[in-house]
Design a protein around this ligand. Sequence first.
Ligand code: NZQ
Ligand code: ZN
Length: 384
Amino acid sequence: MNNFEYANPVKIVFGKGQIQRLPELIPAGAKILMTYGGGSIKKNGVYDQVVKALENFDVVEFGGIEPNPQYSTLMKAVEIVKNQSIDFLLSVGGGSTLDGTKFIAAASKYQGEDPWDILAKGAPITDALPLADVITLPATGSEMNCLAVVSKKETTEKLAFGSPYVFPKFSIIDPTVTFSLPPRQVANGIVDTFIHVVEQYVTQPQHATLQDRQAEAIMLALVEEAPKLKENPNDYDVRANLFWMATQALNGWLNVGVLQCWATHNIGHELTAQLGVDHGQSLALVLPGVWKSQRKEKGDKIRQLGRRVFGINEPDPEKAVDLTIEATKNFFRSVGIDASREAYGVTDQVIKNIADLIDSRGVKFGDRANIDGAKIIEILNLCD
Ligand code: NZQ
Ligand code: ZN
């Protein structure tokens, strides 16, 4: 196992009726910027709950953070933070609102000239406004990590950053708020959760028994619980289980001391930047291509996943990989994502644009850093 350091300061407040605990969780006297997305919280009653809970606080609102949050939108919030002496950020919404809020927190305190450098150049973050969240969509794990992904449509970029300064102070996870999710977002969240696990697991065997078993536990639990939603979308316990799986899939427990891949995410982000494909759908499309292209490098872990998660006991190693890829795609289909290049508009030209962009940035993806532009072309051509 590799050396590692681990710290996660996020307080999780989980369960029904927990939004009303906001006043005891937010520092007394804080001047709050409440951030939210396109309005789902106004339809499902979450907005009213938050506003009521914060009635004794000074609250400024900032709505309109888009899915795949846009830099230009977030910079408008940074202006408000500076002009109105905001000292606490509360994100109320999905991963996009929360990621955007993490960026607002860092950009508000950024001393350099252009806050985009945080994403494009990995400019160091030395301070951030404190933030917390009411998370409404089980998917990203953003509620218990210090990562964020921000997009810039002017330059077709979608980039990530991470800093311990943007860990939420607390995250309220009330699974009842997910009853209002459209089926498409539920499916995106299940696939995102599964693939977060995979990115930290399907690398190379590393004798990290506990991390492997924890990863398998999340995948097994997902495969067990996801179909129950179809039968009864209003089952609180199913919703609660799925949310806790999403949170744990990317809170840092699975990747201590082991290699991580993230090639599927990196390529998926480019598809979203180019074509606006939902994050979860982009991943469902790309993952089989990554596995097919890296079948030699990743074969041992793909087979281990197939055996332990999908019960595939095929003695022929190549067939075992193929069966695992098929079982994974079938799982995605069973939750409602049948990814296809044609449906998402992934043309040869788009593939070439992405490959050129990645080469021009001089980056290589994957746990072996062996995926460059040419490999991306191969991978996307191996996708359905
Ligand atoms: O904007 P509103 O009106 O709120 O509607 C949203 C949005 O349209 C809606 N929604 C959210 N909660 C709802 C709801 N609708 C009804 N009821 C609710 N309870 O769902 C739509 C999608 O929301 P979004 O926040 O975009 O989805 P998600 O949570 O999947 O976040 C996706 C973003 O997170 C990034 C992705 O790249 C993408 O930009 N990621 C962040 C990560 C992290 N911070 O660690 C890791 C991930 O791999 C991912 O890259
Ligand atoms: Zn993801």
